[in-house]
Write a protein that binds this ligand. Structure first.
Ligand code: AP5
Ligand code: MG
Length: 220
């Protein structure tokens, strides 16, 4: 595909968007653009953006639409995304963001929107056990017998619980998903770019389903 492969990954918090988008990025040679990772990097760097969004993130609230659209527009304008495309993880997340995304991507529209489907009960248990490397964002599952301090196998960074993986913030985020993000499933179904992929199973099983869905577009 000469103009690249452009994928949006929808799915509840804890559905495995980050886990699977990293694999899609590697397999299909497209950049993984995670708005959550971009925001958390800004918080770590204590930049102006980071200071503006830290409390919003920690409480599990959504960052302002206008700010998110300009952040994504800037990132999609970089050379790698312009040529290879992208797998977009965490954006759009409201109908207003989706409408703005239509405008900013008009020259190179999205090829495929995936709804990674996992029910609420299962994602709550995944998120409660999730531990994340503060440096490279590799995910781990807490079993209760981890070393302390816990170091990342991949980069040696500190493995901790994300500030928004507390029970209160998890519930807030999932409520917001139902209210603000779930309507995007119908929004993209109406545009005939939606594929619903079952996100339950081992990461390898889920990835195999995703490859089939993406190849349906690349080979079309
Ligand atoms: P973001 O970073 O996008 O977080 P999220 O949407 O809450 O989603 P998660 O990262 O929690 O879940 P995931 O689906 O990536 O699951 P993962 O692969 O880690 O956003 C964070 C915050 O930033 C938002 O709350 C908001 O404040 C702000 N923000 C970002 N974008 C925004 C936007 N557009 N507008 C406004 N605000 C925005 O997997 C979860 C766990 O499950 C892991 O432990 C993993 O190892 C495990 N797991 C994964 N797959 C499987 C499997 N198949 N089986 C068993 N376990 C699995
Ligand atoms: Mg994620």
């Amino acid at each position: 595909m000469s103009t690249g492969l452009r994928i949006v990954m929808l799915g509840r918090q804890g559905a495995g968007k980050g886990t699977q988008c990293r694999r899609i990025a590697e397999h299909f040679g497209v950049p993984h653009i995670s708005t959550g990772e971009m925001l958390r990097a800004a918080v770590r760097q204590d930049s102006v953006l980071g200071r503006a969004v830290k409390q919003v993130l920690d409480a599990g609230q959504l960052v302002d639409d206008e700010l998110m659209v300009s952040l994504v527009q800037g990132r999609l304008g970089e050379p790698d995304a312009r040529t290879a495309g992208y797998v977009l993880d965490g954006f759009p997340r409201t109908v207003s963001q989706a409408q703005s995304f239509d405008d900013i991507s008009r020259a190179r529209p999205v090829n495929l929107v995936i709804d990674l489907a996992v029910d609420r009960e299962l994602v709550v248990s995944r998120l409660s056990a999730r531990r994340t490397c503060e440096q490279c964002e590799a995910n781990y599952v807490a079993t209760g017998s981890e070393p302390s301090p816990w170091k990342c196998d991949k980069c040696g960074g500190a493995v901790t619980q994300r500030a928004d993986d507390t029970p209160a913030a998890i519930n807030k985020r999932l409520d917001l998903y139902d209210q603000q993000t779930a309507p995007l499933i119908d929004y993209y179904r109406a545009k005939s770019v939606l594929a619903v992929v079952n996100g339950v199973g081992t990461p390898d099983e889920v990835f195999a389903r995703l490859v089939v869905a993406v190849e349906g577009v690349t080979k079309a």
